[in-house]
Write a protein that binds this ligand. Structure first.
Ligand SMILES: NC(=O)c1ccc[n+]([C@@H]2O[C@H](COP(=O)([O-])OP(=O)(O)OC[C@H]3O[C@@H](n4cnc5c(N)ncnc54)[C@H](O)[C@@H]3O)[C@@H](O)[C@H]2O)c1
Length: 257
């Protein structure tokens, strides 16, 4: 496949999202950038963090009401400070999308304690501390929606991803326990589980002829999943349309088997 597939489909307008404050982690590229664009299109005030300063600045410059803070999410105090600035710029936080991750491959024999900690520091720890950082604002606004981005990799028993997949499977437990604890504050917490999404990184690193055949074999639906497919599920969960939906996982994988 050459380049990210250009898939066009009519989106929906989620009227309750207009003017809402939204924070996205890892929003400069891949699915995160589609999530940032999708919320901006709904008239939200969006703030996002990413370690890719160039891509982040370029994305924010092209969108109205969008602020970017360069930040490596493995640095928790920097992440907390960036979220505080973005929350102020947005006038408060109604929605948090815990999207950041890095799916670098690793062989079990080669994982050191330092490498293990590094993977957790990008694929799990920031989600907890980003959540902690928005709670005061969400409670003050009478509620909110937190969407954690999981992964089908651990369900599919993917190879070469043991530490990544362990962190991604934890998104489910994290989602369910937060939902119970934050429900009384009308803060809903859900998890979106993407299948194999055709981002620039996936296409550059992992999607070869064998991968294409694997998708053709395992998808119930023809075609490929793109970031916008994930972003639209996130919009639904962020909006009032999902006001009684919490503690759930929503799989967007073309019916992978
Ligand atoms: N693409 C897929 O096929 C797929 C499948 C299942 C789940 N997911 C999940 O979807 C989410 C987005 O994945 P993606 O494929 O868009 O990833 P991606 O690698 O294309 O984009 C990730 C973004 O996070 C940023 N980032 C990475 N490490 C960072 C750090 N330490 N600090 C700050 N920013 C950092 C990157 O710069 C990039 O902009 C992740 O949670 C991933 O686990 C993706």
């Amino acid at each position: 496949m050459t380049g990210v597939p250009q898939v066009h489909f009519a989106g929906a307008a989620f009227h309750s999202l207009r003017g809402q404050g939204v924070i996205v982690t890892g929003g400069a590229g891949g699915i995160g950038a589609d999530i940032v664009r999708a919320f901006a299109e709904q008239g939200c005030r969006v703030g996002f963090v990413d370690r890719d300063a160039g891509a982040g600045a370029a994305l924010a410059a092209g969108l109205e009401g969008v602020h970017f803070e360069p930040c490596d999410v493995t640095d928790v105090p920097a992440l907390q400070a960036a979220i505080a600035r973005l929350a102020e710029a947005a006038g408060g936080v109604d929605v948090l999308v815990n999207n950041v991750a890095n799916d670098q491959r690793h062989r079990i024999e080669e994982v050191t304690p330092a490498y293990f900690d590094e993977r957790i520091a990008v694929n799990l720890r920031p989600h907890f501390f980003a959540t902690q950082a928005v709670l005061v604002s969400m409670r003050a606004r009478g509620g909110g929606s937190i969407v954690n981005i999981g992964s089908g990799s651990w369900k599919n028993k993917a190879r070469g991803l043991a530490v990544y997949a362990t962190a991604k499977s934890a998104m489910l437990g994290f989602t369910r326990c937060l939902a119970r604890e934050l429900g009384p504050d009308r803060i809903r917490v859900n998890c979106v589980v993407p299948g194999w999404v055709m981002t620039e990184r996936q296409l550059a690193l992992w999607v070869d002829a064998e991968g294409e055949a694997e998708m053709d074999r395992n998808h119930c639906l023809p075609g490929r999943i793109v970031g916008r497919d994930i972003a639209h599920m996130v919009l639904f969960l962020a909006a009032d349309t999902a006001r009684m939906v919490t503690a759930q996982e929503f799989v967007v994988d073309a019916g992978w088997d």
